[in-house]
Design a protein around this ligand. Structure first.
Ligand code: AMP
Ligand code: MG
Length: 420
């Protein structure tokens, strides 16, 4: 009988050297390897939130299109009346939003003007109603305001013709307001990227399967990944789950490549006996096993199946989630025609202590305490799904060794930075 080798203190330590790919190197590879796969279409601006522009957008008119009043008050030409206290004759009529006063206001006169009204000819300044006394024939105020006060210049927000969004920009609701204000009613966008999600493993059972046996695990990754994709504006294609069976796996991948532009699998992505996703993908000759210097989530299998990129994510839900946020998110954005987009992080004080080993990057499930310091989930186990829910973001610890003490600055990336 063979003898068990003694466990060394560093038996779980990360081997140092070139075969562990740093996260940034992996990201650079992805950025260089991937490009847009989706075709173009034209849609109304009103329906365009979440879509990625395929062409740049230029303003068809200025915002505002003409100089107008920012307040309710009285308009006049600043230099046509003297400084200090003044009683100025009012001309008949008024200027209101949508009801322009076309004829000029003579020098030394004023006109009643309301918010949003185009400045009539002869008006360059507006005095706020609250700073005046008036009757039907005249208005009294202190002429101490600067020329142009309480008015908006034509094009002061955006000049007509300006490029407002580059191709690759993903539209958010305020963009719809801007485009519409600028006279744009239709946009060229990329069709929604279709991304298929497949869970693998003999132990996995579908949610809703009553009385799962103790050796069975509910498919936690699939609803998480599907909803992430929908949130990112993609069309998520549910490939359900298959056991560790090469024929079933092959059929599922075929279906994924038919119905989607990219495939996310979870489970079976390492290089062990039961890692069937890896085994099958390796036969395509395109498999790259990236042993990424990352915790959690080291094995990431990348391959091309029938022309469609496959991201073989680790099975552990925490690792699957982190790999999706860090690697799949920017990759899918490129496939969808978007810009390479790294999540924004913020330096905050740590509310924890940690001694971190060199040679890999770590993402800790974290959230901000009331003092805006980052606290981390007590367990780093990659099966601890509850920590993902507990967290409101991730703390990113760089590749080098690091001693973190309470109060030290750490990089906190809120879930919102991943568009969650
Ligand atoms: P694997 O990457 O296949 O070695 O799986 C790693 C761990 O993740 C195992 O404990 C699996 O049971 C678990 N796992 C794999 N797929 C899922 C899934 N879809 N939902 C929940 N846990 C999973
Ligand atoms: Mg497995």
């Amino acid at each position: 009988m063979p003898e068990a080798p003694p466990l060394r203190d560093d038996c779980f330590a990360m081997p140092q050297g070139v075969d562990w790919t740093p996260v940034d190197t992996a990201l650079t590879h992805l950025r260089d390897a991937l490009g847009v796969v989706t075709s173009e279409k034209v849609i109304p601006v009103a329906d365009s939130a979440g879509y990625i522009l395929s062409r740049e957008c230029h303003a068809l008119r200025s915002n505002p299109p003409a100089a107008n009043s920012a307040v309710d008050g009285f308009g006049f030409a600043k230099d046509s009346i003297g400084p200090g206290p003044q009683v100025v004759p009012l001309i008949a009529g008024r200027a209101a939003a949508g009801q322009p006063h076309e004829s000029p206001v003579p020098a030394g006169h004023a006109i009643r003007i309301l918010t949003g009204a185009i400045l009539p000819p002869g008006v360059d300044t507006v005095v706020l109603e609250e700073d005046t006394r008036s009757d039907s024939g005249s208005v009294a105020f202190q002429n101490v305001i600067r020329r142009g006060a309480n008015t908006r210049r034509a094009g002061e927000d955006v000049e007509g013709g300006t490029m407002v969004f580059p191709a690759g920009h993903r539209l958010i609701p305020p963009d719809l307001a801007l485009l519409t204000a600028l006279g744009i009613s239709e946009v060229h966008v990329r069709r929604r990227l279709r991304v298929a999600v497949l869970s693998t493993g003999d132990e996995i059972v579908a949610p809703g399967t009553g009385n799962a046996a103790p050796h069975q695990i509910y498919d936690a990754n699939r609803p998480m990944l599907l909803s992430l994709l929908e949130r990112w504006g993609y069309h998520a294609v549910d490939l359900a789950h298959v056991g560790d069976d090469p024929a079933a796996l092959r059929a599922a991948l075929d279906q994924g490549a038919d119905r989607a532009d990219a495939i996310l699998t979870s489970g079976g992505a390492s290089a062990g006996d039961e890692d069937h996703v890896s085994a099958l993908l390796s036969r395509t000759g395109s498999l790259q096993h990236w042993r990424i210097a990352l915790k959690p989530g080291r094995p990431l299998a990348l391959a091309v199946w029938n022309g469609v990129p496959v991201f073989g994510l680790p099975g552990n839900p925490v690792a699957a989630m982190v790999c999706t946020l860090i690697f799949a998110r920017p990759s899918l954005r490129l496939l969808a025609g978007g810009e390479w987009d790294m999540p924004r992080g913020y330096q905050v004080p740590a509310a924890f202590t940690k001694s971190k080993k060199p040679g890999r990057r770590e993402y800790l499930r974290a959230r901000l305490n009331p003092a805006c310091a980052a606290e981390v989930f007590p367990s780093e186990g990659s099966g601890r799904i509850s920590g993902l829910s507990w967290a409101e973001g991730l703390v990113e610890l760089g590749d080098a060794a690091m001693e973190v003490a309470p109060g030290d600055p750490v990089r906190y990336i809120p879930y919102g930075s991943f568009d969650l």
